[in-house]
Design a protein around this ligand. Structure first.
Ligand code: MCA
Ligand code: AMP
Length: 511
């Protein structure tokens, strides 16, 4: 089986049903509706165009797109021709984009018109000239009339479960992001696990404001919906008012979000005159970062709905979930999803008894096999047990309740900062800061933040006075703006241990 054979079930069931209902949260894109049959027709057209342009099985097709129907079409067409989709975070700027394009070496990059300036700066300079770049805003100019009829199921190359479907870039501890290689089977494991664990139904309607370039929006949201033949109300981003309206009007049965979104909803609902009626929503899910117990309980008080918290990773898809029918415990991520095996081990890699804190290790058909072209990073990320099973070292510290088996995540072994569900690796920001004239050393740490969960703060050692406005302008040109330090602290020296290593724990305030 591959993802297309799973998606065909939804399509066969109800071709005339709306697959995607799209609305731009704040921008100029026109609202659209696509039935399953129309989606399939467009996918075939685009698949024919891809092949005409030389895309072959195993080639990478990168998507640098906001949430819009063309994202879904471009992705499914990629699978249709046996190619591999590489989603690129839309907030990424020149430096991050160049890295991914050089690393993944896509044959094709799909963009929007607004991205031509940055592409013109890098293609043929920082990125090889062999890359074909197409704007989805100009699709009618690069689609041929012949594409309407050129593609048929018979042309679809044989795609096995073990073939790669996605390469998803995840922030790297080394300062640059690395690509997690996910096969059809890996993604299928997560999707089929969630379809049963969360009781997905064909008449579900998912309100999805999360970006399709991350696992949460793409795999947990879009894939499950298409596989089930359910409708997605796709939004370009999160808007509090529109979300409350849609949910109160009973136009969604499912809502998936990150904790920052629930915090904003709680703030808005607490100020509203009337209690909202979210009666039609059968499931609110939260993931990607820890949901504060206070928000969990407050949301239930305001709406009568208990959020289901779950835990996943780009490398593994979804791993743990609170139960659909059963107690949803605030501050926990529940128990392993079907087919997921876990262990909690000490520093020496020895299994710990339930109730003790250690690193969480995972194994299962959802767990990726390797990072793209990075055998060393792959080797460092797995350990083998005596039976030869490979366990993925998640870097997440966890504790399992001995009575219930529910797992609580306690933090991360490494320095990762999670801001509003987005990962920030301090090393990447530090390396960029020290390229600014006058900054000699930089240390970036996460500090608690009421809205974002955590926010990056930079400690800087400088050889001259720094103009903060200049520095901000410089940083904005280099990195996605959510990674920019929220505060700068100028210090004489960074605290270091005898080995010369920066003692970051001495810098963290309020932790
Ligand atoms: C936006 N900004 C942020 C963040 N998001 N700053 C810090 N942290 C953030 N998360 C900044 C922008 O850079 C911009 O800065 C300003 O806020 C306004 O941008 P805007 O797009 O309007 O922001 P927003 O719409 O309010 O976005 C907040 C958000 C969004 C809705 C919470 O961040 C979001 O959708 N987060 C979810 C990401 C996600 O799906 N993560 C899942 C990863 P400036 O104005 O200075 O330019 S997958 C995963 O983690 C695993 C596998 C799992 O378990 O799911
Ligand atoms: P990513 O690297 O974007 O795939 O993010 C994966 C990381 O997000 C995990 O390793 C966890 O640290 C974190 N994460 C995901 N879901 C949760 C959750 N429900 N609670 C706490 N952390 C989470």
């Amino acid at each position: 089986m591959n993802l297309l054979t799973l998606f065909a079930i939804g399509l066969e069931r109800q071709p005339d049903k709306t697959a995607i209902e799209f609305k731009d949260a704040r921008g100029p894109l026109a609202a659209q509706k696509l039935t399953f049959a129309e989606l399939q027709r467009q996918v075939k057209r685009w698949a024919a165009a891809y092949v005409r342009m030389g895309v072959r099985k195993g080639d990478r097709v990168a998507l640098y797109l906001c949430n819009r129907p063309e994202f879904v079409i471009a992705y499914l067409a990629t699978l249709e021709v046996g190619a591999v989709m590489v989603p690129v975070n839309l907030r990424y700027r020149r430096r991050e984009l160049s890295h991914i394009l050089n690393d993944a070496e896509p044959a094709l990059l799909m963009i929007e018109d607004a991205h031509w300036p940055v592409l013109n700066e890098i293609v043929g300079i920082e990125v090889g000239p062999g890359l074909t770049v197409l704007s989805v805003d100009e699709a009618e100019s690069w689609l041929d009339e012949s594409d309407d009829r050129a593609w048929s199921d018979a042309l679809r190359p044989l795609t096995r479960g073990e073939d790669t479907a996605l390469i998803m870039y995840t922030s790297g501890t080394t300062g640059t992001s690395k690509g997690a290689v996910l096969s059809h089977n890996h993604v299928l494991a997560t999707v089929t696990g969630l379809l049963s664990a969360w009781a997905w139904q064909a008449d579900d309607v998912l309100l999805l404001p999360l970006p399709l370039f991350h696992t949460h929006g793409l795999v947990v949201g879009l894939h499950c919906a298409v596989a089930m033949g359910a409708t997605v109300r796709l939004r370009t981003g999160f808007d509090t008012t529109e979300t409350v309206e849609t949910l109160s009007e009973g136009r969604a049965t499912l809502f998936f979000a990150v904790p920052t979104i629930y915090t904003r909803l709680v703030d808005a609902l607490a100020q509203a005159e009337d209690a909202p009626d979210f009666g039609k929503v059968r499931l609110f899910c939260s993931g990607s970062a820890p949901l504060p117990a206070e928000i969990h309980n407050e949301f239930e008080r305001l709406t009568g709905k208990r959020i289901l918290e779950r835990y996943g990773m780009t490398e593994t898809g979804m791993n743990f979930s609170n139960p659909y029918a059963g107690p949803r415990v605030a501050g926990t991520v529940g128990t392993p999803l079907p087919g997921v095996f876990s262990r909690i081990v000490d520093e020496a890699g020895q299994d710990l008894p339930a109730g003790e804190e250690g690193e969480l290790l995972l194994r299962g058909s959802n767990v990726f096999d390797e990072y793209w072209r990075a055998p060393q990073k792959t080797a460092e990320s797995f350990v083998q047990d005596r039976l030869g099973n490979r366990w993925f070292l998640t870097g997440d510290l966890a504790y399992m309740d001995p009575m219930t088996g529910y797992v609580t995540l306690l933090g991360r072994r490494h320095e990762l900062i999670i801001s509003g569900g987005l990962n920030i690796y301090p090393r990447e920001v530090e390396e960029m800061l020290t390229t600014f004239p006058g900054i000699e050393e930089a240390a970036v740490v996460g500090e608690p933040d009421a809205e974002w969960g955590e926010a990056p703060v930079a400690y800087l050692v400088c050889s001259c006075e720094i103009d903060e406005a200049d520095l901000e302008r410089y940083c904005r040109g280099q990195l996605a703006s959510y990674k920019l330090p929220r505060r700068l602290r100028f210090v004489e020296a960074l605290p270091r241990n005898a080995m010369g290593k920066v003692q970051k724990h001495m810098l963290v305030r309020g932790g």
